[in-house]
Design a protein around this ligand. Structure first.
Ligand code: SF4
Ligand code: SF4
Ligand code: FES
Length: 316
């Protein structure tokens, strides 16, 4: 009889808001907060991605640390004393939410309205949004050539939506530069490197090589960037079209788990269905093989299911 390998993990104990929490060594402060049932806001954090500490909305105060620390990345340590809701933490989160909310369209970002209320964030106090940039203007911005605002309006990243293929749209007016799509497309998963951050400062933006349209870029349409985008800046074309027509209704959708039939890998699919039509496809993050990722066939190859002959009974 062969021995069953047993992994023994050391644990660490820390104090979070005056309560002791014990977590496995290697856990982040965010993991420890979750274990204690605390709801910490996050935007750039992804369960399946390497932390990049881009948004700073998850910061907490750690005794002995001069600056606030991003809970999504900082490892929990034995004896650490953490405060998740001090004045300093709340003020910092409020500022982050206001800067993002005044410059980016967060209308399809989950939880933001609730967080704005919780942290008394008022993005509108920076003034009315500046007019959108003409198509392509932000793609042509050069590092170091940023112009000061007019002092009357809030600078924004507003610009026309990029619709250049039938699979997904890129609405960078909704982009908070969280880097999640870059990571998903790059070393974390896809290793295609079709997108990266171009520019500097307020002109920084997600771009394909030389801002090429998606069909002319290195993109392989795996859609793994859409799966991790927290704001809806990257969106299935089917979802975008329905939203434009005022027909997107998440409450009326069902999600059915199935197996992709295209090849022997057998990836898990979640089919989001509205009015008997597949409107988008996701994959469970906690799947041990795919970790939420798919290829172009599993992600977008669903049209054949619903190409019904005119007048055919679809069995609904
Ligand atoms: S669809 Fe895939 S290959 Fe294309 S940009 Fe997104 S992650 Fe990269
Ligand atoms: S497109 Fe989405 S995932 Fe990519 S940086 Fe912008 S907000 Fe983040
Ligand atoms: S969620 Fe931690 S820095 Fe963005």
């Amino acid at each position: 009889m062969s021995a069953i390998p047993v992994t023994i993990r050391r644990t660490v104990e820390l104090q979070i808001d005056d309560e002791a929490v014990r977590v496995p060594e290697g856990s982040t402060i965010l993991d420890a907060c979750k274990a204690r049932g605390l709801d910490i806001p996050t935007l750039c954090y992804g369960e399946t991605l390497t932390p990049v500490n881009a948004c700073r909305v998850c910061v907490v105060e750690v005794e002995g640390s001069r600056v606030l620390v991003p809970s999504c990345a900082r490892k929990a340590e034995d004896g650490m004393v953490v405060r998740t809701r001090s004045d300093r933490v709340d003020h910092s989160r409020k500022m982050v939410l206001e800067f993002l909310g005044s410059s980016v369209d967060l209308s399809t970002t989950e939880h933001v309205d609730r967080w704005n209320r919780e942290y008394a964030a008022a993005p509108e106090r920076y003034g009315p949004p500046a007019p959108p940039a003409p198509a392509g203007a932000r793609d042509r911005a050069q590092a170091g050539h940023h112009h000061a605002g007019d002092g009357q309006t809030a600078a924004t990243v507003a610009q026309p939506v990029k619709v250049d293929n039938e699979s997904y749209v890129r609405d960078y007016a909704k982009c908070i530069l969280c880097y999640k799509c870059v990571e998903g497309c790059g070393t974390d998963w896809q290793n295609t490197f079709a997108i990266a951050v171009a520019g500097r400062g307020f002109d920084a933006r997600i771009a394909t090589e030389f801002a090429a349209p998606l069909p002319d870029s290195a993109c392989v349409y795996c859609g793994n960037c859409i799966a991790v985008c927290p704001t809806g800046a990257l969106m299935f074309k089917s979802e975008y079209d329905l939203r434009q027509a005022g027909g997107w209704d998440e409450a009326a959708q069902t999600v059915t788990e199935t197996i992709c039939s295209y090849c022997g890998v057998g990836c898990s699919l979640e089919l989001h269905v509205q009015d008997n039509t597949i409107v988008k496809v996701t994959s469970p993050l906690d799947h041990g093989v795919t970790h939420g990722n798919l290829c172009v066939k599993g992600r977008f190859g669903f049209q054949y299911v619903q190409n019904r002959a005119p007048g055919a009974d679809d069995g609904a």
